[in-house]
Design a protein around this ligand. Structure first.
Ligand code: AMP
Length: 286
């Protein structure tokens, strides 16, 4: 496995690859990231992972500075999982000048849910993903990039971007990897104290219960969808969480389902909530 830090070295290392398979990450890798790498191995002729904590997708009050940076341990894990090439650029390498050109995703998808609570988040994500795609796939007739369903809305935004710019890149998704108790693995789980860690699974349990309640409420639309969502948020608040949203949406576009869709449509329960100072997100198909 090769580790490169510059765009020039990345391109050189990819000279003989016709179809790279790429997993972008912000590092502090866990079994969720590594599952994506294992998937990527079957999808291209060179498996590439990037490790870059992207300042553009953090608001000034968020955890950019404290985000865990563990390059050596990450590289070891990537090597053990058969990754061929790691791209770990410095900020100066990826953003040699302030990145004043940015990609503006469709607000209908990017300004709801995560985008509502983290304004500009998906602009930061799209801008860095486009840059990384350019770095890895430029000059290649085709490529594959693998993203986790854990970040459901991000996966959809990236798919939309790839389609609208007609990039010759296939976007493949991997299912959310969870700890034994059901907590979705996340680099941010290291922020949790022991008691918070024990509590953290309640987010996915709340989403599961909300999903079941919405299905059971069926069609016509009684009780009100919003009332069920608010109940779920109150229940988490009573346990000491600060929820941003717990909601049930259509899988196709993340908009609220119609009464008929509530009974039979393809739905997803999504949530984001703060436990202590740690913001966790999760989602479950219904
Ligand atoms: P991040 O390092 O958090 O930016 O995540 C990099 C990639 O790993 C993204 O495509 C995430 O959706 C994915 N990912 C993060 N956590 C998980 C998980 N628990 N299971 C599967 N994929 C994940």
């Amino acid at each position: 496995m090769k580790i490169v830090h510059t765009l020039a070295d990345l391109r050189l290392a990819l000279t003989d690859s016709a179809h790279p398979a790429f997993v972008p990450t912000m590092g502090n890798l866990h079994a969720g990231h590594l599952d994506l790498v294992t998937r990527a191995k079957a999808l291209g002729d060179c498996t590439v992972a990037s490790i870059f904590v992207n300042r553009l997708q953090f608001a000034p009050h968020e955890d950019f500075d404290s985000y865990p940076r563990t390059l050596e341990a990450d590289a070891e894990q990537l090597r053990a999982h058969g990754c061929d090439l790691v791209f770990a650029p410095s900020e100066r390498e990826l953003y040699p000048q302030p990145q004043t050109f940015k990609l503006l995703p469709d607000p209908a998808l990017a300004d709801i849910l995560e985008g509502h609570f983290r304004p500009g988040f998906f602009t930061g994500v799209c801008t860095v993903v486009m840059k990384l795609f350019q770095a890895v796939f430029a000059g290649k007739a085709q490529g594959t990039a693998v993203f986790g369903q854990k970040d459901r809305q991000q996966l959809m935004v990236v798919r939309h971007m790839t389609e609208q710019f007609a990039l010759p890149i296939r976007i493949v998704s991997g299912p959310t990897q969870r700890a034994a108790d059901g907590l979705a693995l996340s680099s941010r789980n290291v922020y949790l104290s022991a008691s918070e860690r024990a509590e953290a699974v309640q987010l996915s349990l709340a989403l599961k219960a909300l999903g079941q309640a919405v299905r059971a409420s069926g069609s016509p639309a009684l009780p009100d969808l919003l009332a069920l969502e608010q109940q779920a948020m109150h229940a988490l608040s009573a346990r000491g969480w600060k929820p941003d949203y717990l909601t049930v949406r259509r899988q196709s576009d993340l908009l609220p389902p119609t009464p008929t869709e509530r009974a039979t449509g393809a739905l997803v329960a999504l949530g984001a909530a703060r436990l202590g100072s740690t913001r966790l997100i999760d989602n479950l198909d219904i």
